[in-house]
Design a protein around this ligand. Structure first.
Ligand code: GAL
Length: 413
């Protein structure tokens, strides 16, 4: 259990919280696994869409969501596979005397908004917390799980991101102080409770856990019906954040597959001061990780270059490969990393990431096919130039700083 007091205090500071409602006792994880092991019917490949948080944070409004829906269609992103429009934190208002949650003034009519999004052939996602308050201090679902799930279903919600937030200080630390194992059981029970509430609605709703990758969530996420679970803290729009998250994913491939995925957090492509190379590498490696492709940029003001990255169909096809095998890091040499991903039909994707300074042909990186268990020459497609490339063993590669060579080999040998 890796819940640091510092973080818990930070959460406490961020979320001035209401009284604690009673939670159900911790349930048996093995038993849950049996109960929830029906074939997954959503997220057979990782969800693709757009989420409001990375660009709008607490300022998102109904109009921003409508604009995002319009833009997914107008930019060709919908045709490329982006279908979920996910409203993150700060849509919540107060509960009435019957405990029914209302939206706040930024979202006057959620049903009408869902109808609008659905009319575009898209799906709508929403956000809540198992605690009394969300991370931004808005109303959470504690004690109202079934009621909230029914409300989401009545609106036509297709996706829920469920973010731990105040559940840590207000339930885990209060109900089980100094007992990390009991705290973990409380957390798992809370995620299981919402899963059952969502399933009871009868509506297919993608269930996305957000608890920052604590307590090896990849080991128990499927047992609480999760379709995806965050494996990390919050991503930021800079290379260090993206590259450190990438490295944290090494070793997690075996936990991902159709219906249940690792989530290294939403995309920052087009945000901050990411360079073209960094946007390409971020997008490519999230595709290698079979990550959800949830864009988080300012869609109405997207540049053609950012749009070209987000709609690269060859790269999207790697992410959405039906086999659902996540990439593994084959080897690293200094600041160069080589990752491979097995694809359906026996194909393979190979990614060479340069986290260091520019490599020119005067001091190239030599790609070892032998270390990948392959023999050259191998014909492939360079997924960023669109051209054919022939890989040979110890082939010298020129690769700019933070850039990537991303190749799909149809018949690796
Ligand atoms: C964080 C979460 C972010 C965002 C934010 C909203 O805990 O990791 O992705 O949802 O809360 O308050």
């Amino acid at each position: 259990m890796q819940i640091s007091t510092a973080f818990a205090l930070a959460v406490l500071t961020l979320c001035p919280l209401a009284a604690i409602a009673q939670t159900t006792p911790a349930t048996n994880v093995t038993q849950n696994h049996v109960q929830n092991s029906a074939p997954p019917h959503v997220a057979q490949t990782t969800p693709m869409g757009w989420n409001s948080w990375n660009f709008f944070a607490g300022k998102v409004s109904d109009q921003d969501i409508r604009n995002a829906a319009d833009q997914l269609v107008a930019t060709g992103m919908k045709d490329a596979g982006y279908v979920y429009i996910n409203i993150d934190d700060t849509w919540e208002g107060d509960r009435d005397a019957n405990g029914v949650l209302h939206t706040n003034s930024k979202f006057t009519d959620m049903k009408a908004l869902a109808d609008y999004v659905h009319s575009k052939g898209l799906k709508l996602g929403i956000y809540s917390s198992p605690g009394p308050k969300t991370c931004a201090g808005f109303e959470g679902s504690l004690g109202h799980e079934a009621q909230d799930a029914q409300l989401y279903a009545s609106w036509g919600i297709d996706y829920l991101k469920y973010d731990l937030c105040s559940f840590i200080p207000d339930v885990m630390m209060k109900q089980a102080p100094d007992d990390k194992a009991a705290q973990m059981h409380l957390m798992i029970a809370a995620y299981d409770k919402m899963d059952k509430a969502l399933k009871a609605t009868g509506r297919p709703i993608v269930y996305s856990l957000c608890q920052y990758g604590w307590d090896a969530v990849w080991e128990w996420g499927p047992s609480v019906g999760a379709n995806l679970w965050r494996t990390t803290g919050d991503i930021q729009a800079n290379w260090n954040s993206i590259y450190s998250i990438l490295n944290e994913q090494a070793g997690l491939a075996k936990y991902a597959g159709p219906g249940h995925w690792n989530d290294p957090d939403m995309l920052e492509v087009g945000n901050g001061k990411l360079t073209p190379a960094e946007n390409r590498t971020h997008f490519s490696m999230w595709a290698m990780l079979a990550a959800p492709l949830l864009a988080g940029n300012d869609l109405p003001n997207m540049t053609p270059e950012v749009r070209a990255v987000l709609t690269n169909r060859d790269v999207i096809a790697i992410d959405q490969d039906r086999l659902g095998h996540e990439a593994t890091r084959a080897y690293s040499e200094g600041e160069l990393d080589v990752w491979t991903r097995h694809l359906s039909g026996g194909a393979m994707a190979i990614a060479v990431v340069n986290a260091g300074s520019d490599r020119y042909l005067s001091h190239p990186f030599h790609l070892s096919l032998a270390k990948l268990g392959l023999h050259g020459p191998l014909k492939g497609k360079d997924l960023w130039t669109g051209k054919e490339i022939t890989l040979t063993d110890n082939m010298p590669l020129e690769l700019a700083s933070h850039d990537i060579l991303f190749v799909r080999v149809a018949s690796p040998r």
